[in-house]
Design a protein around this ligand. Structure first.
Ligand SMILES: [Zn+2]
Ligand SMILES: [Zn+2]
Length: 552
């Protein structure tokens, strides 16, 4: 691709065709900026993988052009990949104060807080970088201090919404900057890059205020302790819980590391308010009158090691669920987590609690009518639906067409697609390297498809190791074969099977020796084939077979 170009490219490196690991590259001339650097949690078939981040090969190749990373808000799918990006490309990071507060915490865990350059911005900032001018605008979302970006370029302005909804009665009182959006729309917007998460959902997303009313009602009526669980980052909802607790004269204890951290950061930065006496130490919970207590806890997704799940199993160090408790799951399960959530609800009921797990939630993403509003305010010439799986992008595109956007002006992109704007016209301009990097422990990208395939095989039918020592001189067996198995059969009850397997290895090797075959690879393949066939006949299982042949 040409080096110094007078055109604008928008390149999604994450967050299209998927939910998670959001990252978009904007490129004009010699300057590149990145919006968001998220992570994604692994699919079920990515055995042993901790997290997934975008492939940043293209960024590393162009590191001399990258001027900065702009973060829309503090959710993991927007900031979780940042440490891995900064390790390769140390450029300034721009975002709002709360987002940077959460980022700082994350960078400290990765030992990067000294080297990173964090620049706080707000809804009035205009950052000039090369040919770009970037200004933030506030939107409503399920974490405070969320912004979108208006990115001015010589080709025109691009509105990047980030995650958003329009909440007319937000908990923190800060409405979305609809006037700014409308002003951009009146001036003329080249392209809108828009959140598609709830594109399939008709109507409007309810205000967080409706969740507040429900929380108030629950606390007012609960006879004993109230244990409330939500996403640790949903500061608005935690604020509603703290407010309601204070209203009914209850104290509040917080359990779960991520929730303790987020609440501390938000209190320090002024994004959360509590009266000085409201928050008490979790150690004092059992000294309190149950009717005077609210406990805020992590675990609304049924995560097996979370505070709530451990309390439900009576495995928490300080708090145990007892009859008379009211437990509220103020969230909805993320797709894939349903069975964990269901299991936790069962355990909570079994422990004697009254469990409320429906109707105490509102999404942080706008539904169809709000997406239409955004399109209407911005009136873009071109439209890129992002932040969603393919069908969500597709449905979002249909909404735009309904509102009069030219179907030829809509780009439903895949990872690495380059959408180029030149002289006011857009086209798809090829692809750059993009995809998925899996992280397992300290290894970044060292686990590939072959390792995953092996893990899958091992997890299905186990492994069999065959150890045999052959004579260097004659090729005859000196010791073994010894068969060691794990995860295949219960050895004590399968002696006959393993004896037969042993004999089979012996006869297979003997036959090869008499045929003068001595290359190890042939010997190993023959043992693996013969044994595999026999074991499948006997058990209908296909364990991984690992022959180890030694010479003496
Ligand atoms: Zn978000
Ligand atoms: Zn998101």
């Amino acid at each position: 691709m040409a080096k110094n170009r007078s055109r604008l490219s928008i390149i999604p490196l994450g967050g299209v065709g998927e939910i998670g690991k959001n990252m978009t590259l904007y490129w004009y001339g010699n300057d590149m900026i990145i919006v968001d650097a998220g992570l994604k949690f692994p699919d079920e078939d990515m055995l042993g993988i901790d997290i997934v981040i975008p492939d940043i090969t293209f960024l590393v190749e162009n590191r001399d052009k990258i001027r900065g990373i702009f973060l829309t808000h503090g959710h993991e799918d927007h900031i979780g990949g940042l440490p891995y990006v900064l390790r390769e490309i140390n450029v300034p990071v721009y975002s709002t104060r709360l987002t940077l507060g959460l980022v700082e915490h994350k960078l400290r865990e990765h030992g990067l807080n000294d080297s990173a350059k964090l620049v706080a911005i707000d809804g009035n900032s205009n950052i000039q970088i090369g040919d770009f001018t970037i200004s933030a605008f506030y939107v409503n979302h399920s974490i405070p201090d969320t912004v979108g970006f208006a990115i001015e370029t010589p080709e025109g302005v691009v509105i990047h919404t980030g995650d958003f909804k329009f909440d007319q009665t937000p908990v923190d009182g800060r409405q979305a900057d609809v006037h700014k959006l409308a002003a951009w729309g009146a001036k003329g917007v080249l392209a809108l890059v828009g959140d598609s998460t709830n594109a399939e959902r008709p109507g409007y997303t309810p205000s967080e205020l409706s969740v507040g009313a429900k929380i108030d009602e629950i606390i007012a009526q609960a006879p004993g302790r109230v244990i409330m669980s939500t996403f640790a980052s949903n500061i608005h909802r935690l604020q509603l819980m703290i407010r309601a607790a204070e209203k009914y004269g209850r104290r509040v204890a917080v359990v779960g590391r991520s929730m303790v951290n987020n609440i501390q950061t938000s209190l320090q930065l002024g994004y959360l308010e509590a009266m000085p006496e409201t928050l008490i130490d979790a150690d004092d919970v059992n000294k309190m009158d149950p009717s005077k207590l609210v406990i805020l806890s992590t675990g609304s997704q049924g995560e097996p090691m979370s505070a709530l799940t451990r309390m439900a199993r009576a495995a928490h160090r300080k708090i145990e669920i007892v009859p008379g408790d009211t437990v509220v799951l103020a969230s909805s399960p993320i797709p894939g987590n349903e069975k964990y959530v269901a299991r936790t609800i069962d355990q909570l009921f079994r422990a004697g609690a009254n469990v409320i797990y429906r109707g105490v939630h509102a999404s942080g993403h706008g539904s169809q009518e709000e997406l239409k509003w955004m399109l209407q305010l911005v009136r873009p010439k071109y439209f890129l639906p992002v932040h969603g799986e393919f069908r969500m992008q597709r449905t979002h595109a249909d909404l735009a067409i309904q509102l009069g956007v030219d179907p030829d002006h809509i780009f439903i992109t895949e990872l690495g697609d380059v959408v180029e704007f030149e002289d006011g016209r857009a086209r798809l301009g090829g692809k750059v390297p993009a995809g998925t990097v899996m992280i397992d422990g300290l290894g970044v990208g060292d686990v590939g498809n072959i390792v995953l395939r092996d893990r899958k095989l091992l997890s299905q039918d186990g492994i069999l190791v065959v150890v045999v020592t052959l004579s260097k001189a004659t090729g005859h067996i000196l010791s073994g074969p010894d068969i060691i198995s794990r995860g295949f059969v219960y050895v004590r009850e399968s002696e006959a099977l393993l004896d037969e397997a042993n004999k089979l290895v012996e006869t297979t090797l003997a036959k090869l020796v008499s045929d003068n075959v001595s290359e190890w690879s042939s010997l190993k393949t023959a043992v693996r084939d013969a044994l595999g066939r026999y074991l499948f006949e006997q058990t209908r299982r296909r364990p991984m077979i690992l022959p180890i042949i030694m010479e003496a």
